[in-house]
Design a protein around this ligand. Structure first.
Ligand code: SF4
Length: 477
């Protein structure tokens, strides 16, 4: 994994190199594939770059290939061909994607490129003329065609049964669940709408069916993702579809309520502070609902003029009032957000407003990027770009404040009890997360005594004994 570029929007999940190491959110989880292909089985390797949404795409492709009888190789040497699922969101991500393609060509030789950067086939071929095929994002069928052409399938119906969850790259006890693709907004620093198109939501019953299958196969936590989760269903005019014995609207409130009934933790990412988000909060306040009291909500800034220059959705929302309203309904809610400092034209006074806002908002988890130009973004043309040293200085001041808030919040948890989900167990400790911690992006709770019988996916109750700026330690009770 290479450096992650600063300046990306919240849902650009790998964009957090500027955070302290403990808060590094989102390096896509390493492949967890352990089952080796059988002798003679046509076998594909997958390099998955970019955000969790791209990871979901990779999983989908592998699921299909696996169903068709392909094996999945964890290394270049064992693969008959390699798919590189690229990211093209920032210039630095493009460079990383080109590097990954080059490495796959060198190590394996047969390379099929897909994903966001696949939208620019000429650019890729200019650098890597030897690749077998290029397809754009979500062109699953074309990826499969390219694989079939490069490595013909050889299915064995007695062996190649599709596992219930498909092939997941994430650990099996949690899974990303993509509910829509694309975005109807036009934030000036973001080129995702150009690359991924306008919002297209999956029908509610299709999402629920996938989620149910995942839970049946042992997933204990569903991470709902999209570019704009609160806009879910808008493009479908919130249509209703039958699910079990009832009709379900394609609306985030209905979807969250139903997902919560499946018996896994449900965590919502990339929610914008639209007024109807308030309808979700009572679900979060109800411990029986399954919907975690956790909102990942990319505010990006607090000064109205900066938000206007960013052309952010909900720029006019009175976010502090909204936060107060959420906390009134659900006092234990965890709020995570990301911010951009040094956006073009940001004055010291505007930045100070952001710091003051943070003091008041007392968010639990924050990430912060320094603004960076992205090829094709409209913000590049804005006047008064902020010098690099000023961006750095503002980023440091922001993170210092955020860290102090986080430390105080975690210290206040010492002596309390909470449920945690176990992510990993090694000889030293069990690494777990509370309901306030999303995998990869938030902190951990460590249990270093009496943890030997725990397994990943277990949910246990602990007493919090110790806190640092970002992590907790506890004992099972
Ligand atoms: S809301 Fe849409 S345009 Fe704005 S940052 Fe997110 S994906 Fe990009």
């Amino acid at each position: 994994m290479k450096t992650v570029p600063p300046g990306a929007p919240a849902h650009y999940m790998r964009a957090m190199s500027t955070n302290p190491p403990d808060l590094r959110p989102d390096l896509a989880p390493k492949p967890q594939l352990t089952d080796r292909p059988r002798a003679g089985q046509p076998t594909i390797g997958m390099v998955s770059l970019g955000c969790p949404k791209a990871l979901v795409d990779s999983e989908r492709i592998l699921t299909r290939l696996r169903a068709e009888g392909y094996g999945v190789s964890p290394d270049y040497a064992g693969a008959d061909a390699v798919i590189v699922n690229t990211c093209g969101f920032l210039d630095s991500a493009k460079a990383e994607s080109l590097d990954a393609i080059g490495e796959a060509l060198q190590e394996n030789g047969k390379v099929i490129v897909t994903g966001c950067l696949g939208a620019e086939p000429d650019y890729i071929r200019e650098h890597h003329p030897r690749i077998l095929a290029v397809t754009g994002p979500h062109q699953y069928e074309q990826v499969l065609d390219a694989v079939h052409a490069a490595v013909p399938p050889d299915p064995d119906p007695f062996i190649d049964l599709l596992p219930a969850t498909g092939v997941q790259l994430t650990p099996r006890h949690y899974s990303y669940l993509k509910i829509s693709e694309g975005c109807n907004h036009k934030c000036k620093f973001c080129i995702i709408p150009d690359m991924r198109g306008r919002l297209v939501s999956r029908p509610g019953h299709a999402v629920l069916r996938e989620a149910e299958k995942l839970v049946d196969a042992g997933v204990r936590e569903l991470l709902v993702i999209s570019q704009d989760t609160s806009a879910y269903g808008l493009d479908r005019k919130y249509d209703s579809n039958p699910w079990k014995d009832r009709e379900i609207r394609s609306h985030i409130t209905d979807l969250a309520r139903e997902l919560g009934q499946l018996g896994a933790w449900v965590r919502l990412h990339y929610v914008y502070p639209y007024p109807h988000v308030r309808e979700l909060i009572p679900l979060m306040a109800d411990p029986e609902s399954g919907v975690l009291p956790y909102l990942d909500i990319p505010f990006q800034h607090a000064h109205p003029d900066v938000l206007k220059r960013m052309a952010r959705p909900a720029a006019a929302a009175r976010t502090l009032d909204e936060i107060a309203a959420w906390r009134a309904i659900c006092p234990e809610i965890t709020l995570r957000s990301t911010f951009i400092v040094g956006y073009p034209g940001e004055t010291e006074a505007e930045f100070q407003t952001l710091l003051d806002w943070l003091d008041e908002a007392q968010l639990d988890r924050v990430g912060c990027f320094q603004y960076e130009n992205v090829e094709g973004a409209r913000s590049n043309a804005l006047p008064d770009h902020v010098p690099a040293e000023v961006k750095q200085e503002r980023w440091e001041r922001f993170m210092e404040k955020a860290q102090a808030i986080s430390a105080a919040k975690l210290e206040a948890k010492v002596g309390t009890t909470c449920q945690v989900i176990v992510d990993e167990v090694d000889a030293e400790a069990a690494t777990c997360r509370t309901m306030a911690d999303a995998p990869e992006i938030d902190g951990n709770l460590f249990i270093d005594e009496g943890f030997e019988t725990l397994s990943p996916g277990d949910i246990v109750t602990v007493e919090v004994e110790e806190a640092s700026e970002y992590d907790l330690w506890g004992r099972i009770i």
